[in-house]
Structure formats: structure tokens, C-alpha cells
Ligand binder design. Structure first.
Ligand code: ATP
Ligand code: MG
Length: 415
């Protein structure tokens, strides 16, 4: 025997009962987003590497260490998409969508790829549903998107949800704040943990996440980004919050929420679930505003806001259990009259019934057993010249014509 092969590390096959669960998430997302005017967009599974190094930011975890990049054979570097926002913005620019009425509202469903250490809820190929609205600064767009994600998560049944919310202001005010924070950390460096000291320059905001008691004391009086927001950004944030309050969505303001991507401006948010069991994989969905991104990708200045949510994480957080497939309405059995049985099955399916045809070479007795296992309501027994229909619910059997068969089954399943 040849050596057997397995799916690559960090990837998984989705078998039918799991696929049915995913389908529910996909259908709910489609329904919610399309009823709010979002249209589906599908971008390629790979893009020019430069799209992500420019659009996500060269100094982010994603670009520094999580991308699957390869040479296309012609000296160009391509990358399996690690996220969807940059590709959607690339498509927006490429198709001149700024000429459409704003905001342009798009959603996507598809698989994404990141070279990460696989763990529960963290894979190398995973699925995301995402939504983006381009062309409007209106805080109502931010709030509406947050509400839509909240509705999606609650409809699927994600447990222990929390929404963390903040505003990052604009790049200029953020960089001023960063300088102020770095100066503050340097001034108090003797009371900071070694780890925090080591990344003052690189990532000063991470100091807020430290568990070290002395560091925490220092951070309690550190300057906060939210207190340094320019007036227009503060107002924008207040408006987003007021709309969420009006929609009875509860949230915590988290001034240390930064998000991994460089392109965020103003609103940022994250939904975590206590039911994801922590371990750094507690975020079910996250997003924010990225008013500079389209321009960075060669388009006209265009505000934008969006989110993405991991479908596997949504399912883990909602403890979704495998669902049994709906049983067939009709099982088509035969004792060698293959062509006739084949025709009966096609005809009954064309009439809208759920029909399974005997394909396993079983004896008639075996076929009845199989129909029982499948919990088919009716069994058609097809001979060369005869057709009989057995109602498994009542145990009755009668000879029927092909024309009568569908009517009988339909009346039977309706009763
Ligand atoms: P994390 O902090 O867990 O690494 P992230 O900030 O990298 O998440 P985003 O880039 O915001 O995640 O992606 C949006 C969502 O996609 C996440 O909230 C999560 O639900 C999902 N996701 C991200 N990376 C993975 C992965 N490797 N496997 C499964 N789902 C993922
Ligand atoms: Mg990550």
C-alpha cells in the first residue's frame, strides 16, 4: 500500500455535518447583510504581495511573519490573501467604484491564509465573513456595521459576547500621542518590567497589556489616546456611541485597543467571546475605520469602515452541534430495473422532492433497511413493468403509475 497523505498542518477538511453548520452562518450573514444593502464581492485567493505590504502595513504581524508568499514563475511575488480589506479596496479602485453612489457596501465570504502556529480557533486556512462600506465618514455607517456584526453573532448563538470599542483618531494625532507615551515610558522605565522596557520604541501601546504589578501602576497614570483625540474625532466617536446606545448594544470603552493593522483611523472594535476559552483566540470578529487606505492603494481619498469575523471561531463560540441532514422524501429501490428506477428518481426530483436512488447494489431487503436508516418517508419499488409505493409511516403499499407517484408523496409529506 502507498503511504497515506494528510491535510497540511493548520488546515482541515470540512465534512458534510460541519459544512451544514457553516452553511447556516453563511446564510445568516448573507440574509442580514443583503437586507442592509451590502452586495457580495469575491476577490482572488491570491494577490500581488505589495498589496498587503502596502495596505496592511510592513510592520504588522501579518506582513512580517504570517504571509504565504511565492514567486509566480515570472519574477512577481504573489501572496495567498491573509485578509480581505486590502483586496476589497484594491477592487474598489480598480473598478472605479468611487463613481458609484456612496457608500459602496460590500461583503465577502471566503477562505484566508496565515502562516501561524495552529491552535484551537487558529488555523493556517480559515474562513471569514467580512463587510466593508466605502465612501462615507458618517458615524452611522460605523454603528450600523457594528450592529450587523452583533446581530450575526447573536443569531448564530455565540455565547459570552463582549464588545470593546475605541477610537484611534487620525494618523497625525496618533503619532503625536505615541511620542508622548514613549517619553512617559522612558521617564518611568526603572519601574517597568523588562519585557515592556524592551519594546518601548517598537510597540509602546503593548505596555497597557502588561500583568506586571509595578508596570500596571505606572500605566494607571499614563496618557491615554482617547484623551488626546482632536475635537472632530471625539465628536465622531461620541456619535458612534450614541447610536449604539440607542440600539441597546452594550460595549466597554477600551483605550488600549489598537488592532493589528496599520491602516485603522477613528473607530476600532472587537467582539470577544468568553466561550472561546481564552488562550489569545478569544476574538470572534473585529474591525474599524480606515479612512486612508483607498488613497494608499492609489485611489482617490475615500473613507472606509468594515469588519471581519472568523467562521470557525463563530462556530466554536456558539457550541454549534452537528446537524443531521433532512431525510429523503422518497427512496427509489429496485431489483435490477436500473434504467426504470433512474428515470423515476429523476422525475420525482424534477417535481421538487428529496430523492435518493439505490446505488449500493443491495438486495431488496437490504434496500428497505437502508431506507429505514435514512428515515425516508416513502419507498418506491421499481420493476421493469411495475411501480409500487410504500408509505413507511403507515406501512401501506400500493401500485401506482409514475404520474400518481409524485402526488401521493407530496400529499403524504404534507400531512
Ligand atoms: P488574533 O488576535 O486572534 O490573531 P487578528 O487580529 O489577527 O486575530 P483579524 O485580522 O482582525 O484577526 O481577523 C478577523 C477575525 O478573523 C478574527 O477575529 C478571527 O475571528 C479570525 N481569524 C484571524 N486569524 C485567524 C486564524 N489564524 N484562524 C482562524 N480564525 C482567524
Ligand atoms: Mg492574528
Amino acid at each position: 500500500m502507498s503511504r497515506k497523505l494528510n491535510a497540511p498542518r493548520g488546515t482541515a477538511d470540512v465534512l458534510p455535518d460541519q459544512a451544514a453548520l457553516r452553511q447556516r452562518v453563511e446564510e445568516t450573514a448573507r440574509e442580514l447583510l443583503e437586507s442592509a444593502g451590502y452586495g457580495r464581492i469575491e476577490t482572488p485567493a491570491f494577490e500581488a504581495t505589495e498589496l498587503f505590504s502596502r495596505g496592511v502595513g510592513a510592520a504588522t504581524d501579518i506582513v512580517e511573519k504570517e504571509m504565504y508568499s511565492f514567486d509566480d514563475g515570472g519574477g512577481r511575488s504573489l501572496t495567498l490573501r491573509p485578509e480581505g480589506t486590502a483586496p476589497v479596496c484594491r477592487a474598489y479602485v480598480e473598478h472605479g467604484m468611487h463613481k458609484l453612489a456612496a457608500p459602496v457596501k460590500l461583503y465577502y465570504l471566503g477562505s484566508f491564509f496565515r502562516a501561524e502556529r495552529p491552535q484551537a480557533g487558529r488555523y493556517r486556512q480559515f474562513w471569514q465573513v467580512g463587510a466593508e462600506a466605502l465612501g462615507s465618514e458618517d458615524p452611522a455607517v460605523d454603528a450600523e456595521l457594528i450592529v450587523l456584526l452583533h446581530q450575526l453573532l447573536t443569531r448564530i448563538g455565540a455565547g459570552g459576547l463582549r464588545l470593546r470599542l475605541s477610537s484611534l483618531g487620525n494618523p497625525a494625532s496618533r503619532s503625536e500621542y505615541r511620542d508622548e507615551l514613549v517619553a512617559y515610558l522612558r521617564a518611568h522605565s526603572n519601574r517597568l518590567s523588562e519585557v515592556v522596557q524592551g519594546r518601548i520604541e517598537q510597540n509602546p501601546l503593548r505596555a497597557f497589556d502588561s500583568d506586571d504589578p509595578s508596570t500596571r501602576e505606572v500605566m494607571a497614570s499614563a496618557p491615554r489616546l482617547l484623551d488626546r483625540l482632536p475635537a472632530e474625532d471625539l465628536e465622531h466617536f461620541a456619535e458612534v456611541r450614541a447610536l449604539l446606545d440607542g440600539a441597546a448594544i452594550s460595549y466597554e470603552i477600551d483605550t488600549t485597543l489598537v488592532r493589528g493593522l496599520d491602516y485603522y483611523t477613528r473607530t476600532v472594535f472587537e467582539f470577544t467571546s468568553d466561550d472561546l476559552g481564552g488562550g489569545g483566540q478569544s476574538t470572534v470578529g473585529a474591525g474599524g475605520r480606515y479612512d486612508g487606505l483607498v488613497e494608499l492603494l492609489g485611489g482617490p481619498p475615500t473613507p472606509g469602515v468594515g469588519w471581519a469575523s472568523g467562521i470557525e471561531r463563530i462556530l466554536i463560540a456558539s457550541h454549534a452541534e452537528a446537524v443531521a441532514p433532512a431525510p429523503p422524501d422518497l427512496y427509489v429501490a429496485h431489483d435490477g430495473a436500473t434504467a426504470a428506477a433512474f428515470a423515476v428518481a429523476l422525475e420525482a426530483r424534477a417535481a421538487g422532492l428529496r430523492v435518493e436512488l439505490e446505488l449500493g447494489g443491495r438486495s431488496l431487503k437490504g434496500q428497505f433497511k437502508h431506507a429505514e436508516r435514512l428515515n425516508a418517508r416513502f419507498v418506491a419499488v421499481v420493476g421493469e413493468e411495475t411501480l409500487s409505493l410504500r408509505d413507511r409511516a403507515s406501512g401501506t403499499e400500493r401500485l401506482v403509475s409514475l404520474d400518481e407517484l409524485v402526488g401521493h408523496v407530496k400529499r403524504g409529506i404534507a400531512s
